[in-house]
Design a protein around this ligand. Structure first.
Ligand SMILES: Nc1ncnc2c1ncn2[C@@H]1O[C@H](COP(=O)(O)OP(=O)(O)O)[C@@H](O)[C@H]1O
Ligand SMILES: [Mg+2]
Length: 389
């Protein structure tokens, strides 16, 4: 008996795929494989003097057999290499594959002829550029140079013929708004930001993550296939060992990443790398000419000036106060807090530290008033001094 299976392959985020399929009529690949294994384990008895039973009815053909991105990791390597055999056995009317490994795509193409549907990632429009320009100072104090340089870089993504990514490197000290800027632009474009922190990987894991390992292992290409965001944030890019730099050549040039199992075509997307490099010269030296020249823009983030720190402090204190009860708020004299903290602000211009100092100072004031006891107050003061230093 020959049966026909229609194959549709979907490339895009999981939530999008789930919305497109008819769940009621669907059987998931893992369940189908388990059922099959289960029925194989059943063996038949024949009893003397009785006619052997007829073969049991084969299970009805599923309407949709569905495999989503994370399912391939759970089936065994031989089922991947003979995926067609598996599909023929289950014999669904439709096979719906979400972000399959290349090997599976190629097999299904050879045998069934498959249809491919790709998610359309949110695009950057001129309106987005305007929102970026006009909303920037609501999110970030200072860094006006960043705003201008980003507008120029983003503009390239609004041109209709652009097919490859725009790649920018944010560099500068910690806590001055690099990640915040990436988050802000992603919120304007839409989708959930894909953020990969390169310092989180150990070298051996990182190699299989970038170049592909066994099909069950975490993979950068698969994470890219699964993403919903228009922005890809490679945080702490300077922490990646230089042996991995070549993995990014083609990604940055063409937006293409091919690893052992997957292939992804990024198209006109925004890739932001962040680092703590101090200068363009340092970037060229550390990353090498080949990688350095592949960035569309290198954008420097400066430490905030004392005046800018004052503005951030203003925002932080107001934000913190708005979360307190009115009774608590009446205890706090916000002006004196601001003056006190500002006089101690260090010269690093690091906002992350500033926000901790604000939290601690306000908490200390509240707890002092609450306890209102001299002896406890003294010991708390000592704790406060320590954490300030
Ligand atoms: N220029 C800035 N203006 C206002 N808030 C800032 C600024 N820079 C950093 N912050 C705040 O400080 C925190 C750390 O900033 P982040 O962007 O993560 O720093 P990094 O430069 O290390 O990536 C965030 O909560 C962010 O909102
Ligand atoms: Mg950061």
């Amino acid at each position: 008996m020959t049966t026909k299976t229609n194959v549709t392959i979907y490339y895009g985020p999981h939530s999008w795929f789930e919305k497109l399929i008819e769940r009621k009529k669907s059987v998931y690949l893992l369940d189908a494989v388990n059922d099959r294994d289960e029925s194989r384990r059943k063996f038949r008895h024949t009893i003397d003097g009785q006619e052997p039973q007829e073969n049991p009815e084969p299970p009805p053909r599923p309407v949709n057999l569905v495999a989503s991105s994370s399912d391939y990791a759970s089936i065994q390597e031989h089922a991947i290499s003979n995926f067609i055999g598996l599909v023929r056995e289950i014999s669904p009317k439709h096979l719906l594959l979400h972000n399959p490994p290349e090997a599976i795509h190629a097999q299904t193409d050879r045998v069934f002829k498959s249809k491919v549907i790709r998610y359309e990632y949110p695009v950057l429009t001129r309106e987005t550029l305007m929102e970026f320009r006009d909303g920037f100072s609501d999110h970030l104090v200072g860094q006006t140079n960043v705003r201008e340089r980003m507008l120029a870089a983003l503009y390239q993504l609004t041109t209709p013929h652009r097919m490859k990514p725009v790649v920018v490197m944010f560099y500068g000290p910690s806590g001055v708004g690099k990640t915040e800027t990436a988050q802000f632009i992603n919120n304007l474009i839409g989708g959930k930001l894909l953020r990969k922190q390169f310092s989180m990987f150990h070298s051996d894991k990182f190699a299989s993550y970038l170049f592909g390992g066994s099909h069950g292992e975490a993979s950068f290409a698969r994470d890219l296939l699964d993403r919903s965001s228009g922005v890809i944030l490679l945080d702490e890019f300077d922490k990646a060992n230089s042996v991995f730099h070549s993995a990014f050549y083609e990604v940055f040039d063409e937006g293409v990443l091919v690893d052992k199992n997957y292939r992804v075509d990024l198209g006109p997307t925004l890739i932001i790398c962040t680092s703590n490099y101090g200068s363009e010269e340092e970037i060229r030296e550390s990353l090498g000419d080949a990688l350095h020249s592949r960035f569309d823009a290198l954008i420097s983030f400066d430490p905030l000036s004392k005046e800018e720190m004052g503005q951030v402090l203003e925002r932080l204190v107001e934000a913190k106060l708005s979360k307190l009860s009115s009774a608590e708020r009446s205890i706090i004299d916000s002006e004196s807090i601001k003056t006190k903290i500002l006089s101690r602000v260090s010269r690093t211009g690091n906002v992350r530290k500033l926000s901790k100092v604000v939290d601690e100072t306000i908490s200390l004031l509240l707890v002092r008033t609450l306890l209102n006891s001299d002896s406890q107050l003294n010991s708390l003061e000592a704790v406060g001094k320590e954490s300030e230093s």
